[in-house]
Design a binder for this molecule. Structure first.
Ligand SMILES: NC(=O)c1ccc[n+]([C@@H]2O[C@H](COP(=O)([O-])OP(=O)(O)OC[C@H]3O[C@@H](n4cnc5c(N)ncnc54)[C@H](OP(=O)(O)O)[C@@H]3O)[C@@H](O)[C@H]2O)c1
Length: 349
């Protein structure tokens, strides 16, 4: 079945905007219905093939706006989520879990031509403490942060609708995603490096698994051609594995490279304890999220490896970007859109 009409959520975000740009390059895609909470007065609205609908996953009332289009929708790409570890669980649950549930219910009742429903999950569903070998998609799930818990609850709902209502389902579980347009993770890391707040934890030999946003967006577009192979499966995928030390020093060199901003080494246990103290301070005194907390220390200090044989075999997915290419493109983008980083850089030199 040729996919011509797509309902895309999260298409205005970091990952979704790359997906949207790639979809627009596929001539056989005739219509993209795009959900956003905002009135985007930008180029998207002028693109003939896009219909923007305004709505919030918190309130499923917006789904009635889809009624005119739902019989023609061939695929749902559900990327929207509140992706923030510092938000209260109730808020995360409302958007990420109940919002997904409303979309699943609407899909089975109103989208009669749906070839597949795609849910963008996360490697976070496996949790932070993993064995030292690459885990496959069947590995037990044990998410640790509130955000990751809601990602797994939403993914489980997707699989329940797949089983109970035969909703054709595909999910991807990418790791931390970086690349041009990343105004959260990459910006925070760059800012922390320039302020000498990003520590080299332990000996820095632990391995980080990352994906370039363009690899992830490309993998999502592969589903349009290879739907049958992917149906009813979950996929791990990533671009590269790199040690914390290489990651941090390469980032620092690309950003700055001056001796005085060189990341400092900290003992893991001392930093973990410091993270705990910061959390207490944040709860009792500042009431602002702690920049270094125990979750972040664990996130960057532990090796986590994922097996992606399944997506390589089924979809022929392979990364097109090296870490150094991603880094170069990301830092160039960061300096272009965040002039305050340039100022921080000058101030530190
Ligand atoms: N970034 C990563 O490292 C990473 C890693 C693994 C998985 N993921 C998953 O990838 C997806 C996209 O992440 P991202 O990094 O691109 O996030 P992002 O840049 O924060 O974008 C979030 C998107 O979700 C939409 N959204 C948020 N709350 C909404 C609501 N209440 N109702 C409707 N739309 C809402 C936003 O649209 P508007 O603001 O226009 O309404 C925006 O398009 C998420 O599902 C996330 O869990 C991300």
């Amino acid at each position: 079945m040729k996919i011509k009409t797509i309902f895309l959520t999260g298409g205005t975000g970091f990952i979704g905007s790359h997906v949207l740009q790639m979809l627009l390059k596929i001539p056989s895609i005739e219509h993209i219905i795009l959900l956003s909470r905002q009135n985007h007065a930008n180029s998207l609205v002028n693109e003939d093939r896009i219909t923007m609908i305004h709505g919030d996953l918190k309130s499923p009332k917006f789904l009635s706006l889809l009624d005119d289009f739902s019989p023609e929708i061939d695929a749902v790409l559900h990327l929207a989520a509140l992706a923030n570890d510092n938000m209260p669980y109730k808020e995360l649950h409302h958007i990420n879990v109940l919002g997904t549930k409303a979309l699943l219910e609407y899909s089975i009742s109103s989208m009669k031509n749906l070839a597949f429903f795609f849910y963008l999950s996360s490697t976070g569903v496996y949790g932070l403490n993993l064995p030292d070998y690459p885990i496959t998609e069947d590995y037990p799930k044990n998410p640790s942060s509130s955000y990751q818990k809601t990602k797994w609850q939403a993914e489980k709902l997707c699989w329940r609708f797949n089983k109970d209502y035969q909703l054709p389902m595909i999910t991807f579980r990418p790791p931390t995603t970086i690349g041009p347009g990343d105004y959260t993770t990459s910006f925070k890391i760059a800012d922390a490096i320039l302020e000498r707040r990003f520590p080299l934890i332990g000996n820095g030999k632990n391995l980080l698994t990352l994906i370039d946003v363009r690899d992830l967006a490309y993998a999502i577009t592969l589903l349009l051609k290879k739907t049958q192979m992917a149906l009813n499966k979950a996929y791990n995928l990533y671009s590269y594995v790199i040690s914390l030390e290489d990651f941090l020093f390469s980032f620092y060199n690309e950003l700055d490279g001056s001796e005085k901003n060189k990341p400092k080494k900290y003992n893991f246990y001392a930093l973990y304890f410091y993270g705990w103290l910061n959390e207490l301070k944040s709860q009792l005194i500042t009431h602002k999220p702690a920049k270094i907390n125990r979750y972040r220390v664990l996130k960057f200090a532990k090796t986590r490896l994922y097996n992606m044989n399944r997506i390589q075999n089924d979809l022929g997915f392979n990364s097109k970007y090296s870490f150094f290419q991603t880094l170069k493109d990301t830092v160039a983008w960061l300096y272009q859109v965040h002039p305050q980083l340039q100022r921080n850089k000058k101030a530190k030199n």
